[in-house]
Design a protein around this ligand. Structure first.
Ligand code: UTP
Length: 296
């Protein structure tokens, strides 16, 4: 084992969610439910299942609901107890007992790189995990656990990547040069949101990272890039020039819940995976395919 143990995770959740307006005008996109659970709870559960002990959520304006969700709710608990609703009571209590969650506010949404920089005091000098608060990944082994396993074997920084449709490369940080074509390759450089015509590859970084603390010194110097925001991709590109950065093609399906289509796909597919809903919902979808003119 070459890396230290990863105990801390950072979940940036301070973005404005402009792609999901008007739903995100007064509520965070990370609280949009996939079936009956807020998106960010899936993300926290992934971190906990991977062995993370402390989580820092980077929040911003309109994000109070996230803190409330992971806190005790005395009124709801008392009501459920009085009504003898044991199952629901346990469900509500389990959420607040899951893990130690800390919060830092990013005062202005200056970009993902800046959001991660806000975690420097929490992180200190240890390597840490980053999970984007609006990306969920369905996999047998939690995606961030897969990255931690690579980190424990190789050290350095590990980025969770997958090949995406060439028409979508402009939405992502793209690995522009890399050594081999296996599931783990060393990153030479990265570029944020390239145009399709200029994209050097379609290997995209998809919201999961294990990062060395050296990133903070780089982020301190990182100038605003694509979209006028301080980009984590630019800082990782800089880091890759002096330290090992690995791109790991993880196993699993990732959904961008901050995108309307991604949200709809996640909702349908997660519902179909639920024992209590799959049958009725599948029947409904079959009927819809037969009868709805949009699906013919
Ligand atoms: P996105 O680009 O998906 O978030 O950032 P956004 O800016 O909210 O999206 P749109 O384009 O306006 O709809 C990826 C992640 O980085 C976080 C977001 O919350 C999301 O988890 N983020 C982004 C921050 O925490 N702070 C920022 O300044 C920007």
């Amino acid at each position: 084992m070459s890396g230290k143990r990863i105990k801390k995770a950072v979940i940036p959740a301070a973005g404005m969610g402009t792609r999901f307006l008007p739903a995100t005008k007064a509520q965070p996109k990370e609280m949009l439910p996939i079936v009956d659970k807020p998106t960010i709870q899936y993300v926290v559960e992934e971190a906990v299942a991977a062995g993370i002990e402390d989580i820092l959520i980077i929040t911003g304006r309109n994000k109070r609901a996230i803190e409330d969700h992971f806190d005790h709710c005395v009124e709801i608990e008392a009501t459920l107890q009085a009504r003898g609703k044991e199952e629901e009571l346990k469900m509500v209590r389990d959420i607040s007992a899951m893990v130690d969650i800390h919060y830092v506010r990013q005062k202005e949404p200056l970009g993902l790189g800046h959001a991660v920089y806000c975690a420097r005091k929490f992180v200190g000098s240890e390597p840490f995990a980053v999970l984007l608060g609006d990306d969920i990944i369905n996999s047998d082994v939690p995606c961030i656990r897969q990255l931690i396993d690579v980190y424990e074997e190789r050290g350095g920084t590990v980025l969770g990547v997958q090949h995406v449709d060439w028409n979508d490369v402009h939405k992502y940080g793209i690995v522009s040069s890399y050594s081999t074509n296996g599931p783990i390759c060393r990153v030479g450089s990265l570029v944020e949101k390239p145009l399709r015509e200029k994209a050097p590859s379609n290997l995209a970084v998809l919201g999961r990272y294990v990062i060395e603390p050296e990133i903070f010194a780089v982020l301190e110097q990182t100038q605003p890039g694509s979209g006028g925001e301080i980009q984590l991709t630019d800082a990782l590109n800089e880091l890759a020039q002096s330290r090992p950065v690995w791109a790991y093609t993880f196993t699993g399906k990732r959904y961008d819940v901050g995108d309307k289509l991604g949200f709809l796909e996640a909702t349908v597919e997660y519902a179909l995976r639920r024992d209590d809903l799959a049958r009725g919902f599948a029947d409904y979808l079959r009927r819809l395919v037969r009868e709805d003119p949009h699906l013919r």
